[in-house]
Design a protein around this ligand. Structure first.
Ligand code: M6R
Length: 363
């Protein structure tokens, strides 16, 4: 049931604020004024986290690497399952192995999990389908509580995976005693504000729809981001190519000069994901480089950022102000809507794009 929406993808994008609200309640229950995470996991004896997944789920892991390393001071390796499983990477009983999968049936992710079984301290999975193979073979299963996701393009599963990974980061930080109580409480507050900010972010839809009508005329697009916005740039590019068939690439903003800038001309839209945070000025200077070469900038930022950058952008998308590290969950809405409306504009089969399956059960 599409619930009155034209596509499942539109419904699933719109549902995000609600399902994220449920996930945050489930994972951060309030006992005696203390927000504690209910996972039964213990990070105190762990010296490394290995996260393995495919596609969009691997980009959720890549985003979480920034959080785990900055907030919980825990080294994280992220790998795509098809590479991890054949490389025979060394793991130990002090490694926590984390597998992220919406379906819980992705063949390469399951094979990577089986490689780790018996070799690592704990096998943890973050899944949407609770009765899946990956869930069954894990020591600890963390449900993302997104509800059924029908559209082939992952949207609410991605943001709910991020929500669980963020909550897990805070639990790791608490158990490892690497943050003082006030800093931890601030991050808990920031995470609890995310579902409301995701609802606010949806108000950019008319603006994004108008931009999509133009974007649909182009053959290529580049997405740029810095820090935890870099994995979201990769996700934005994946989403756009998957459903609109426009060739798109994501890069770290700082990598622009090291090759991709050669692609910039008047036919290249460049979507820049940049909240007005401590790295904003660096990204603005990357934007100047794009602009100087005729590239068409779609700037996704908050009011302060859009104001500060002046009017050199081709298009702007306004996001709510998000303080702290969890902005990628909120900005995900912008890249999802951009891909969605561009695909609708092009008339592709949004929920069932060509050549793709919802669950990839063969390698
Ligand atoms: O079911 P999974 O989360 O394991 O699926 C992984 C990928 O196949 C999936 O995220 C894919 O990249 C999506 N179609 C992206 O929108």
């Amino acid at each position: 049931d599409k619930g009155g929406y034209r596509h499942f993808m539109a419904k699933e994008i719109a549902e995000q604020s609600t399902v994220l609200g449920a996930a945050v309640k489930y994972y951060l229950s309030n006992r005696e004024g203390q927000h504690t995470l209910e996972t039964g996991l213990d990070f105190s004896g762990i010296d490394r986290v290995v996260m393995v997944a495919c596609g969009t789920a691997s980009l959720a892991c890549f985003t979480a690497k920034y959080w785990f390393e900055q907030i919980a001071k825990l080294p994280v390796e992220v790998d795509i399952a098809s590479e991890f499983r054949y490389r025979e990477p060394p793991v130990s009983d002090r490694t926590l192995a984390l597998f992220v999968s919406q379906s819980g049936e992705t063949a390469d992710t399951l094979a990577a999990l089986r490689y780790c079984a018996g070799k690592v301290g704990k096998i943890v999975s973050i899944v949407n389908v609770a009765e899946s193979s990956i869930a069954r073979e894990s020591d600890v299963v963390l449900p993302i509580l997104a509800g059924p996701e029908i559209g082939v393009a992952s949207t609410k599963a991605f943001t709910c995976q991020l929500m669980v990974l963020a909550a897990l980061t805070l639990q790791a930080a608490r158990q490892r005693e690497v943050l003082d109580g006030a800093a931890l409480a601030e991050h808990v507050d920031q995470l609890m504000r995310v579902p409301g900010q995701v609802a606010d972010a949806m108000t950019c839809e008319p603006q994004v729809q108008a931009i999509s009508a133009q974007l649909a005329q182009y053959k290529d697009a580049i997405f740029l981001g810095r820090g935890a916005m870099y994995p979201l740039a990769l996700e934005g590019a994946l989403k756009l190519k998957e459903i609109s068939y426009i060739h798109a690439e994501g890069y770290a903003s700082g990598e622009l000069k090291h090759g991709p800038i050669a692609l910039i001309d008047k036919d290249m839209p460049v979507v820049v994901l940049t909240p007005a945070d401590n790295m904003f000025d660096k990204t603005v200077s990357n934007m100047e480089e794009v602009r100087a070469r005729g590239g068409k900038i779609v700037m996704v930022s908050d009011a302060a950022g859009i104001n500060k950058a002046g009017d050199g952008s081709w298009q702007t998308v306004a996001m709510p102000r998000v303080d702290g590290p969890f902005a990628p969950i909120v900005y995900a809405v912008a890249v999802q809507l951009l891909a969605y409306h561009t695909a609708v504009e092009k008339g592709t089969d949004v929920d069932q794009p060509r050549n793709l399956a919802k669950s990839v059960t063969v390698e």
